[in-house]
Ligand binder design. Sequence first.
Ligand code: F6R
Length: 233
Amino acid sequence: MKLIKVKNYEEMSRTAADLFLAQVKEKPASVLGLATGSSPVGLYKNLAASGADFSQVITVNLDEYCGLAPGNPQSYRYFMNENLFSNININQANTHIPDGTAANPDAEAERYEELIRSLGGIDLQLLGMGHNGHIGFNEPDEEFAADTHRVYLAEQTIKANSRFFESPEEVPTSAVTMGIKTIMQAKKIIVIASGSEKTNILKKALYGAITPRVPASVLQLHWDLTVVTDCLG
Ligand code: F6R
Protein backbone atom coordinates (compact mmCIF):
# COMPACT_ATOMS: atom_id res chain seq x y z
CA MET A 1 0.00 0.00 0.00
CA LYS A 2 1.10 3.51 -0.79
CA LEU A 3 -0.09 6.05 1.77
CA ILE A 4 -0.14 9.71 0.75
CA LYS A 5 -0.84 11.94 3.75
CA VAL A 6 -2.23 15.35 2.86
CA LYS A 7 -3.22 18.40 4.89
CA ASN A 8 -6.83 18.85 3.90
CA TYR A 9 -9.66 18.08 1.49
CA GLU A 10 -8.30 20.43 -1.19
CA GLU A 11 -4.88 18.81 -1.20
CA MET A 12 -6.47 15.35 -1.24
CA SER A 13 -8.59 16.34 -4.23
CA ARG A 14 -5.66 17.79 -6.17
CA THR A 15 -3.39 14.84 -5.41
CA ALA A 16 -5.95 12.22 -6.37
CA ALA A 17 -6.88 14.15 -9.52
CA ASP A 18 -3.22 14.19 -10.55
CA LEU A 19 -3.11 10.40 -10.24
CA PHE A 20 -6.18 10.10 -12.48
CA LEU A 21 -4.75 12.54 -15.01
CA ALA A 22 -1.49 10.57 -15.11
CA GLN A 23 -3.49 7.41 -15.79
CA VAL A 24 -5.40 9.02 -18.68
CA LYS A 25 -2.22 10.47 -20.12
CA GLU A 26 -0.53 7.08 -20.05
CA LYS A 27 -3.58 5.27 -21.46
CA PRO A 28 -6.09 7.61 -23.16
CA ALA A 29 -8.67 4.81 -23.46
CA SER A 30 -8.51 3.93 -19.75
CA VAL A 31 -11.43 2.30 -18.01
CA LEU A 32 -11.94 4.41 -14.88
CA GLY A 33 -14.01 3.14 -11.97
CA LEU A 34 -15.76 6.08 -10.32
CA ALA A 35 -17.58 6.82 -7.08
CA THR A 36 -20.16 9.32 -5.85
CA GLY A 37 -20.55 10.97 -2.45
CA SER A 38 -18.86 13.99 -0.90
CA SER A 39 -15.30 12.65 -1.06
CA PRO A 40 -14.81 12.84 -4.87
CA VAL A 41 -16.51 16.19 -5.58
CA GLY A 42 -13.26 18.18 -5.30
CA LEU A 43 -11.35 15.60 -7.32
CA TYR A 44 -13.94 15.85 -10.11
CA LYS A 45 -13.67 19.67 -10.04
CA ASN A 46 -9.92 19.34 -10.53
CA LEU A 47 -10.38 16.93 -13.43
CA ALA A 48 -12.79 19.35 -15.10
CA ALA A 49 -10.48 22.32 -14.51
CA SER A 50 -7.50 20.45 -15.98
CA GLY A 51 -8.88 20.65 -19.50
CA ALA A 52 -7.50 17.13 -20.06
CA ASP A 53 -8.72 15.01 -22.96
CA PHE A 54 -11.26 12.39 -21.84
CA SER A 55 -12.59 11.68 -25.32
CA GLN A 56 -11.43 8.07 -25.27
CA VAL A 57 -12.01 7.36 -21.58
CA ILE A 58 -14.61 4.81 -20.48
CA THR A 59 -16.12 5.03 -17.01
CA VAL A 60 -17.94 2.51 -14.84
CA ASN A 61 -19.47 3.72 -11.60
CA LEU A 62 -19.55 1.63 -8.47
CA ASP A 63 -23.24 1.71 -7.77
CA GLU A 64 -26.72 3.13 -8.21
CA TYR A 65 -29.84 3.20 -6.09
CA CYS A 66 -32.71 0.94 -7.14
CA GLY A 67 -35.80 2.89 -8.07
CA LEU A 68 -34.18 6.20 -9.01
CA ALA A 69 -34.33 7.35 -12.64
CA PRO A 70 -31.38 9.24 -14.18
CA GLY A 71 -33.36 12.49 -14.01
CA ASN A 72 -33.83 12.19 -10.24
CA PRO A 73 -31.41 14.63 -8.58
CA GLN A 74 -30.64 11.98 -5.93
CA SER A 75 -29.63 9.34 -8.46
CA TYR A 76 -25.94 8.66 -8.90
CA ARG A 77 -26.32 9.09 -12.68
CA TYR A 78 -27.54 12.64 -12.05
CA PHE A 79 -24.67 13.25 -9.60
CA MET A 80 -22.08 12.08 -12.11
CA ASN A 81 -23.53 14.16 -14.95
CA GLU A 82 -23.58 17.26 -12.75
CA ASN A 83 -20.22 16.82 -11.07
CA LEU A 84 -18.13 15.39 -13.86
CA PHE A 85 -19.50 14.17 -17.17
CA SER A 86 -21.07 17.49 -18.21
CA ASN A 87 -17.83 19.29 -17.42
CA ILE A 88 -15.34 17.21 -19.43
CA ASN A 89 -15.20 16.11 -23.06
CA ILE A 90 -16.18 12.51 -22.35
CA ASN A 91 -18.46 10.64 -24.75
CA GLN A 92 -21.66 10.12 -22.70
CA ALA A 93 -22.09 6.73 -24.36
CA ASN A 94 -18.85 5.66 -22.68
CA THR A 95 -20.14 6.43 -19.17
CA HIS A 96 -21.68 3.45 -17.43
CA ILE A 97 -23.70 3.28 -14.23
CA PRO A 98 -26.06 0.48 -13.16
CA ASP A 99 -29.61 1.23 -14.31
CA GLY A 100 -31.59 2.15 -11.20
CA THR A 101 -34.87 1.72 -13.06
CA ALA A 102 -34.20 -1.84 -14.24
CA ALA A 103 -37.28 -3.97 -13.60
CA ASN A 104 -35.05 -6.84 -12.52
CA PRO A 105 -32.11 -5.54 -10.44
CA ASP A 106 -30.54 -9.01 -10.26
CA ALA A 107 -30.42 -9.27 -14.05
CA GLU A 108 -29.11 -5.70 -14.22
CA ALA A 109 -26.31 -6.63 -11.81
CA GLU A 110 -25.34 -9.57 -14.03
CA ARG A 111 -25.40 -7.36 -17.13
CA TYR A 112 -23.17 -4.80 -15.41
CA GLU A 113 -20.64 -7.38 -14.25
CA GLU A 114 -20.46 -8.75 -17.80
CA LEU A 115 -20.07 -5.23 -19.18
CA ILE A 116 -17.03 -4.60 -16.98
CA ARG A 117 -15.56 -7.93 -18.06
CA SER A 118 -16.15 -7.09 -21.74
CA LEU A 119 -14.33 -3.78 -21.27
CA GLY A 120 -11.27 -5.74 -20.16
CA GLY A 121 -11.66 -4.79 -16.48
CA ILE A 122 -11.01 -1.54 -14.63
CA ASP A 123 -7.65 0.20 -14.99
CA LEU A 124 -8.05 2.56 -12.03
CA GLN A 125 -10.83 2.42 -9.44
CA LEU A 126 -11.70 5.31 -7.13
CA LEU A 127 -13.19 4.51 -3.73
CA GLY A 128 -14.60 6.51 -0.87
CA MET A 129 -15.19 4.77 2.44
CA GLY A 130 -18.39 4.65 4.46
CA HIS A 131 -18.36 5.18 8.23
CA ASN A 132 -18.96 1.46 8.69
CA GLY A 133 -16.19 0.54 6.26
CA HIS A 134 -18.43 -0.06 3.27
CA ILE A 135 -17.02 0.31 -0.23
CA GLY A 136 -19.46 0.76 -3.05
CA PHE A 137 -22.57 -0.45 -1.26
CA ASN A 138 -20.84 -3.53 0.10
CA GLU A 139 -21.99 -3.34 3.70
CA PRO A 140 -20.55 -5.17 6.72
CA ASP A 141 -21.59 -8.79 6.39
CA GLU A 142 -20.72 -12.37 7.24
CA GLU A 143 -18.88 -12.83 3.95
CA PHE A 144 -17.47 -10.75 1.10
CA ALA A 145 -19.98 -10.46 -1.76
CA ALA A 146 -18.11 -11.24 -4.94
CA ASP A 147 -19.79 -9.97 -8.09
CA THR A 148 -22.01 -7.01 -8.90
CA HIS A 149 -25.24 -7.63 -7.04
CA ARG A 150 -28.35 -6.08 -5.50
CA VAL A 151 -27.90 -5.10 -1.89
CA TYR A 152 -30.21 -3.97 0.89
CA LEU A 153 -28.63 -1.02 2.63
CA ALA A 154 -27.58 -0.97 6.29
CA GLU A 155 -29.55 1.26 8.65
CA GLN A 156 -26.43 3.40 9.26
CA THR A 157 -26.00 3.96 5.52
CA ILE A 158 -29.64 4.90 5.00
CA LYS A 159 -29.25 7.36 7.87
CA ALA A 160 -25.99 8.81 6.51
CA ASN A 161 -27.47 9.15 3.02
CA SER A 162 -30.64 10.76 4.35
CA ARG A 163 -28.82 14.09 4.43
CA PHE A 164 -29.45 14.24 0.71
CA PHE A 165 -33.18 13.52 1.02
CA GLU A 166 -36.00 15.34 2.77
CA SER A 167 -36.59 12.45 5.16
CA PRO A 168 -35.01 9.02 5.88
CA GLU A 169 -38.18 7.39 4.48
CA GLU A 170 -37.35 8.72 1.00
CA VAL A 171 -33.90 7.12 0.93
CA PRO A 172 -33.94 4.04 -1.31
CA THR A 173 -33.41 0.85 0.64
CA SER A 174 -31.60 -1.13 -2.03
CA ALA A 175 -28.96 -0.56 -4.68
CA VAL A 176 -26.96 -2.36 -7.36
CA THR A 177 -23.27 -2.33 -6.50
CA MET A 178 -20.04 -3.75 -7.84
CA GLY A 179 -19.02 -6.62 -5.60
CA ILE A 180 -15.79 -6.98 -3.67
CA LYS A 181 -14.28 -9.23 -6.33
CA THR A 182 -15.26 -6.76 -9.07
CA ILE A 183 -13.49 -4.00 -7.14
CA MET A 184 -10.47 -6.12 -6.18
CA GLN A 185 -9.90 -7.06 -9.82
CA ALA A 186 -9.23 -3.42 -10.73
CA LYS A 187 -5.62 -3.06 -11.79
CA LYS A 188 -5.11 -0.07 -9.47
CA ILE A 189 -7.21 1.34 -6.65
CA ILE A 190 -7.19 4.80 -5.09
CA VAL A 191 -9.00 5.40 -1.79
CA ILE A 192 -9.74 8.95 -0.73
CA ALA A 193 -10.83 9.84 2.80
CA SER A 194 -11.08 13.23 4.45
CA GLY A 195 -12.22 14.48 7.85
CA SER A 196 -11.61 13.35 11.42
CA GLU A 197 -14.84 11.33 11.49
CA LYS A 198 -13.24 8.89 9.02
CA THR A 199 -10.03 8.37 11.05
CA ASN A 200 -11.20 5.40 13.11
CA ILE A 201 -12.68 3.43 10.24
CA LEU A 202 -9.72 4.17 7.99
CA LYS A 203 -7.27 2.86 10.63
CA LYS A 204 -9.43 -0.22 11.14
CA ALA A 205 -9.63 -0.85 7.40
CA LEU A 206 -5.94 -0.36 6.67
CA TYR A 207 -4.36 -1.86 9.78
CA GLY A 208 -7.03 -4.03 11.42
CA ALA A 209 -8.11 -7.60 10.78
CA ILE A 210 -9.23 -8.44 7.26
CA THR A 211 -12.89 -9.24 7.73
CA PRO A 212 -16.20 -8.82 5.86
CA ARG A 213 -17.37 -7.01 9.02
CA VAL A 214 -15.15 -4.16 7.71
CA PRO A 215 -15.50 -4.58 3.93
CA ALA A 216 -12.74 -2.04 3.12
CA SER A 217 -10.24 -4.16 5.07
CA VAL A 218 -10.03 -6.48 2.05
CA LEU A 219 -8.16 -3.68 0.27
CA GLN A 220 -5.08 -4.61 2.32
CA LEU A 221 -4.78 -7.55 -0.07
CA HIS A 222 -4.80 -5.45 -3.24
CA TRP A 223 -1.56 -5.37 -5.24
CA ASP A 224 -1.70 -1.67 -6.17
CA LEU A 225 -3.51 0.37 -3.55
CA THR A 226 -2.95 4.08 -2.99
CA VAL A 227 -4.63 5.89 -0.11
CA VAL A 228 -4.82 9.68 -0.21
CA THR A 229 -6.04 11.06 3.11
CA ASP A 230 -5.91 13.86 5.65
CA CYS A 231 -7.27 11.52 8.35
CA LEU A 232 -4.04 10.02 9.58
CA GLY A 233 -2.25 13.17 10.81
C1 F6R B 1 -20.43 6.02 -3.61
C2 F6R B 1 -20.11 4.87 -2.81
C3 F6R B 1 -19.93 4.94 -1.32
C4 F6R B 1 -19.19 6.17 -0.83
C5 F6R B 1 -19.07 6.16 0.69
C6 F6R B 1 -18.40 7.41 1.22
O1 F6R B 1 -20.55 5.68 -4.99
O2 F6R B 1 -20.03 3.83 -3.36
O3 F6R B 1 -19.27 3.78 -0.90
O4 F6R B 1 -17.91 6.19 -1.41
O5 F6R B 1 -20.35 6.08 1.24
O6 F6R B 1 -19.23 8.51 0.99
P1 F6R B 1 -18.73 9.99 1.25
O7 F6R B 1 -17.66 10.28 0.27
O8 F6R B 1 -19.95 10.85 1.01
O9 F6R B 1 -18.25 10.04 2.66
